[in-house]
Design a protein around this ligand. Structure first.
Ligand SMILES: *Cc1c(COP(=O)(O)O)cnc(C)c1O
Length: 214
C-alpha cells in the first residue's frame, strides 16, 4: 500500500520536485516499507521522535525537520538533520549555528513564512524576512545556510485562496532566489500538493496520502 501510494504521487509530480514523506507518528516498519520502495527523504515534526527513528533506520535516509523547532532540542538533531524547514525566529538560527559548529557542518535551513489566514501557523511575516535578509545577521552564521522558503496554506476547501497563498510565497522566493542562491521552495501537503506544484513548489511534504490517516 505505502509503496503504491508513493508510486502514484511520484508519477504525478515533475522530476525536479522532491517528495518528502512525512512519517510523523508512523512506525519504523512503515518507514522501512517506504525506504524499500526507494524513498529516502522523510519528514518529522518532533525532534525527539525523529532522533529515535534516525537511530533505528539506515543512515542514508535524509531527515527533514518540518515542525516548529524548539531551540533547546536542536542539539539532538544537529549531527544528522538534512534540512530544517520550520525556522521562524532569529534565535532559532543562532542556536542551529552554534550546534552545527560543534559537528563542523553547515546545516541547510528554510525560513518559514506565514502565508495562511490563520492564527495558529508559525512563520515569519514577509516583512520580517526582508528585514532579516537585508541585515547582516545571516552573514555572522557560517554554519547555517538558508536555502529557501517554506510555507503552509490555509486549511480550507477554497482552492482559489490556497492558490493565491502559494503564488504569493513563490513570488517571495523568486524575488530573492538569485541573490542568495536559493534552491528550495517547500510547499504542498497531501491535500494541496498538486496546487503547490502548479504554483512552483519544488519540495512537497506529504504524509497521510502515503502512510494513511494519523
Ligand atoms: C503533518 C505535516 C505535513 C503532512 O501533512 P499531510 O496532510 O498528512 O500530508 C506537511 N507539513 C507539515 C509542516 C506537517 O506538520
Amino acid at each position: 500500500m505505502i509503496a503504491e501510494n508513493l508510486k502514484c504521487i511520484l508519477k504525478e509530480i515533475p522530476a525536479g520536485v522532491t517528495l518528502v514523506a512525512v512519517s510523523k507518528t508512523k512506525s519504523v516498519s512503515d518507514i522501512l516499507e517506504a525506504y524499500s520502495a526507494g524513498q529516502r527523504d522523510f519528514g518529522e515534526n518532533k525532534i525527539q521522535e525523529m532522533v529515535g527513528k534516525y537511530e533505528q533506520l539506515p543512515k542514508d535516509v535524509r531527515w527533514h525537520m518540518i515542525g516548529h523547532v524548539q531551540t533547546n532540542k536542536i542539539k539532538y538533531m544537529a549531527s544528522f538533520v538534512s534540512l530544517i524547514h520550520g525556522v521562524d525566529q532569529e534565535k532559532t538560527l543562532l542556536e542551529i549555528d552554534k550546534q552545527a559548529k560543534k559537528y563542523r557542518r553547515i546545516i541547510p535551513c528554510l525560513l518559514q513564512v506565514k502565508i495562511a489566514d490563520e492564527d495558529t501557523k508559525f512563520g515569519f511575516h514577509p516583512d520580517e524576512v526582508a528585514t532579516l535578509l537585508n541585515s547582516d545577521f545571516l552573514k555572522k552564521l557560517p554554519n547555517t545556510k538558508v536555502v529557501g522558503l517554506m510555507g503552509m496554506a490555509t486549511f480550507t476547501e477554497d482552492t482559489a485562496q490556497i492558490k493565491s497563498e502559494f503564488h504569493f510565497l513563490k513570488s517571495l522566493f523568486d524575488k530573492w532566489k538569485d541573490t542568495y542562491s536559493w534552491t528550495t521552495l517547500s510547499m504542498g501537503m497531501s491535500q494541496d500538493y498538486a496546487t503547490a506544484v502548479a504554483s512552483g513548489s519544488n519540495m512537497i511534504r506529504v504524509g497521510s496520502k502515503i502512510f494513511g490517516s494519523r
